[in-house]
Design a protein around this ligand. Structure first.
Ligand code: ADP
Ligand code: MG
Length: 221
């Protein structure tokens, strides 16, 4: 069974000229367990909106999103929040780490809606992204690449079946982009977690199972 299954998904916003424009219009899409898919498309093509719909941060106008057998389109807002915290990891371009907390605490906070804090697993994840000696540092004491590796450890902390990453390497140089990308894909592969990654970096294109391209809300070939 597919891990994620999308059907006739539509999300529109008011256009500059009045009326609604479909920002996302996806007829059918399936993601298999453990699959690693790259999502590409020009700025404004609807990539972030699609990820936010899958995460249940945004609500679609119509259509269906089924994740791990649960139809998230039919959940209440609080049920979607719980579902997201338990079943999904999310990596953002701007890291979204809490600077008042250590790296270890940031990863543990990622666990708080799931099975609960598991310090040993948090330390293990931080070690696996190359930050074994940095777990007591605060995020603002780290480089951009290191921050994003903390965010990856946090995204994986609840053992989600699916990790969404929205331009996770967008703020990084080439060397750090590669390191972050490989930290994410290697760890996810090892743990059987599927990944949907938005990236513009052409060097990363051949490192995934499949590439999807979006234009004006549609998947194109
Ligand atoms: P991408 O991530 O591919 O750059 P987005 O999903 O962020 O694209 O945005 C797709 C389109 O939807 C853009 O034209 C954007 O202006 C529009 N859009 C996104 N969010 C909103 C919103 N809250 N209100 C109105 N339009 C929006
Ligand atoms: Mg975007």
């Amino acid at each position: 069974m597919a891990l994620l299954s999308i059907r006739d998904l539509v999300k529109g916003y008011p256009s500059e000229w009045g009326g609604l424009v479909d920002v996302v219009n996806v007829a059918a899409f399936e993601l298999q367990p453990g699959e690693q898919v790259l999502l590409q498309g020009e700025s404004g093509s609807g990539k972030s909106t699609l990820l936010n719909l899958i995460a249940g941060i945004l609500v679609a106008d119509s259509g269906e999103i089924v994740l791990s057998g649960e139809n998230i389109s039919s959940l209440s807002e609080s049920a979607r929040d719980t579902h997201r915290a338990r079943s999904l990891g999310y990596v953002f371009q701007n890291f979204n780490l809490l600077n008042g907390y250590s790296c270890l605490e940031n990863v543990e906070l990622g666990m708080s809606f799931g099975a609960g804090a598991d310090r040993e697993y948090a330390l293990q994840l931080l070690a696996r992204v190359g930050l074994a000696n940095r777990h007591n540092y605060r995020p603002d004491q780290l480089s951009q690449g290191q921050k994003q590796r903390v965010a990856i450890a946090r995204a994986l902390a609840n053992r989600p079946k699916l990790v969404l990453a929205d331009e996770p390497t967008g703020n990084l140089d080439v060397k750090n982009s590669l390191m972050v990308f490989e930290s994410l894909t290697r760890l996810a592969k090892e743990k059987g977690q599927a990944v949907l990654i938005v990236t513009h970096n052409p060097e990363l294109a051949n490192k995934c199972d499949r590439i999807l391209r979006m234009r004006d809300g549609l998947f194109i070939d």
